[in-house]
Ligand binder design. Structure first.
Ligand SMILES: *[C@@H]1O[C@H](CO)[C@@H](O)[C@H](O)[C@H]1NC(C)=O
Ligand SMILES: *[C@@H]1O[C@H](CO)[C@@H](O)[C@H](O)[C@H]1NC(C)=O
Ligand SMILES: *[C@@H]1O[C@H](CO)[C@@H](O)[C@H](O)[C@H]1NC(C)=O
Length: 539
């Protein structure tokens, strides 16, 4: 009895403390806000759908109530880690300003987990972003969508939901660029934008969207959004598109803040969360192998987009939970890597190297100086340590992803290979092999001219052996207007002996914004016959 009342007292006290502390939310007058991203491992096996959702909902709430979350203004959870298609929920339209927490699941059409999470946002006074499987009554929508309804009259969407501090649904985004998943799309793409009481306007989108112009890049260039929330279950691909690498590249290339929460399933290639402030790099980042985690990463995010200076030096926090992060992370490989025009770099000599490499009309130059290095990375399990070879490659063409959806990309860069063959590029030495590089890049510069286009994102791209990108202290990135093209250069500022990738990655998206690319006209015509921005080509 006594024990119980002490318990209740402690709970009450804790509740009061929580309220007091939580009242120190950031405001429009602050120079920063505090954001949290959750790297979250979903349960996948051995549970019923109901148990699974209950488990995820409880874990979400626990994170929101945790001491680490106390100061956060906004917490972002990743894709595909709450419910599933067997238990979709209705989601209120943001314009209705509904607070699910004030309803019960008996009297409302919303599932209990949506209600509980609305209550958690309300109790903890935070903005909360979640991703879930949403259902919508198809017939209600028929006036705006001429496509045939499914037999059960439901549309099923992959949806981000944003609660404000009162638990009200203030934003909803239905994924446009559907990956390998059975989901509906909205007839017109949605641009999801919301404002906060701390004076920051956010746009948000989901995972695979990151590779596309609509709605992703359009939020930045057309709607002027400078703060992006990104939920994902990203399958990392070597050498250019591992999760953290692309998140940082995208934030840097656009010079915007990106708050990114990643699903944690290393065995299927998914991990990668972080908070990035444009060309200031990452405040926090996590790439985690092994079994994955359920962990919150918090950063004080300067409102640099509002002209507020970023405190220097920047405090960066990188998760380092496994000694060899690639352990257990299953990786994709760029399907076009064998088609790059590439040369093996002969880096064993100490004399400087420079060369040019072209792919049709795009040419890039590289200049390199190396210096010996004695370092060894990882644990040697008796076998001789490995070393990486590097190729300098250039590419300009369409690439596909795991489905037939294409991006027109231009790439100039070096990438690691496990031996001298092209086929070994984009692969890693086994996780139990130590890496003894033998040399470090002392000087490394890659330059190229990239034709201008109305749809183009130029990004610095780098990756080290820990699967993290190099930060602005280590990299100089320059884009200069050169008339019909951009003159782009990426420079290493400090010696590095642990590179996997270093270069320039340009996304011309569906190619429709560029002037004279072989194949782009065909792609453009095909895209025109579909609805705007969504470009699915069958070749
Ligand atoms: C912000 O500062 C202005 C001017 O000093 C003040 O009037 C306003 O109440 C402040 N707002 C908040 C939310 O602190
Ligand atoms: C959202 O979560 C649902 C349910 O887990 C999943 O099926 C869907 O792919 C996710 N979508 C996004 C965009 O996160
Ligand atoms: C939604 O998806 C289902 C199943 O794939 C399909 O039958 C239905 O036509 C789609 N609805 C719309 C409006 O596209």
């Amino acid at each position: 009895m006594a024990q119980q009342s002490v318990h209740i007292f402690v709970k009450l006290l804790f509740g009061i403390l929580l309220q007091v502390a939580a009242s120190q939310s950031s405001t429009i007058n602050d120079t920063h806000f505090i954001a949290g991203v959750v790297e979250f491992r979903p349960d996948v096996t051995g549970l019923t759908t109901a148990q699974l959702i209950a488990n995820h909902t409880d874990a979400y709430i626990q994170i929101l109530q945790s001491a680490e979350a106390l100061d956060t203004d906004i917490v972002v959870f990743p894709e595909s880690s709450l419910n599933n298609e067997f238990k979709p929920t209705y989601v209120p339209a943001p314009e209705d300003r509904i607070i699910p927490c004030l309803l019960t699941s008996e009297t409302s059409k919303y599932e209990y987990f949506l209600i509980k999470l609305s209550c958690a946002a309300r109790m903890n006074r935070k903005y909360v972003v979640i991703n879930l499987t949403e259902q919508e009554n198809c017939t209600a929508n028929a006036a705006f969508d001429p496509r045939p309804c499914a037999a059960n009259a439901l549309n099923i969407y992959n949806t981000n939901v944003v609660f404000d501090r009162r638990g009200s649904v203030i934003s909803r985004y239905r994924k446009v660029n559907i990956y390998v998943e059975r989901r509906n799309t909205t007839f017109e793409p949605e641009f999801a934008i919301f404002d906060t009481d701390f004076g920051v306007r956010f746009g948000h989108f989901i995972c695979f969207d990151l590779n596309f112009y609509t709605p992703t890049e359009e939020l930045v260039v057309k709607y002027g959004i400078r703060n992006i929330i990104f939920t994902s279950m990203w399958k990392s691909e070597l050498p250019f598109l591992t999760a953290h690498q692309l998140q940082q590249s995208w934030a840097w290339g656009n010079n915007v803040t990106v708050i990114s929460a990643g699903g944690s399933r290393p065995e299927s290639g998914a991990t990668g969360s972080g908070i990035y402030v444009g060309d200031n790099g990452a405040l926090t980042a996590a790439i985690i192998g092994g079994m994955g985690v359920r962990q919150l990463f918090v950063a004080k995010v300067p409102k640099f987009d509002q002209g507020i200076a970023v405190p220097s030096p920047i405090k960066r926090q990188f998760a380092n939970l496994t000694s060899t992060p690639q352990t257990g992370i299953s990786l994709l490989r760029d399907p076009k890597l064998d088609n790059f025009k590439s040369q093996l770099l002969q880096l064993n000599s100490s004399s400087p190297i420079s060369m040019q490499q072209c792919y049709e009309k795009i040419c890039c130059t590289i200049s390199i100086e190396t210096t010996p290095s004695q370092r060894i990375y990882g644990n040697n399990s008796g076998a001789a340590p490995g070393a990486y070879q590097y190729r300098f490659g250039v590419f300009r063409a369409l690439r596909s992803y795991e489905k037939e959806q294409y991006s027109d990309v231009a790439i100039c860069g070096i990438y690691a290979c496990t031996n001298m063959s092209v086929a070994s590029c984009g692969l890693l030495h086994p996780a139990n092999t130590a890496v003894a590089p033998g040399f470090a890049f002392k000087h490394l510069n890659i330059m190229g001219n990239f034709e201008k286009a109305t749809r183009l994102l130029l990004m610095p791209n780098s990756l080290d052996l820990n699967f993290y990108s190099l930060q602005p202290e280590q990299v100089e990135w320059k884009v200069i207007d050169a008339g019909k093209s951009h003159s782009v250069s990426i420079d290493l500022k400090a010696p590095a002996d642990n590179l996997l990738t270093f270069g320039i990655y340009a996304n011309y998206y569906d190619g429709s914004g560029s002037s004279n690319v072989i194949g782009s006209l065909m792609l453009w015509l095909t895209c025109l016959s579909l609805w705007p921005g969504i470009c699915i080509v069958r070749v």
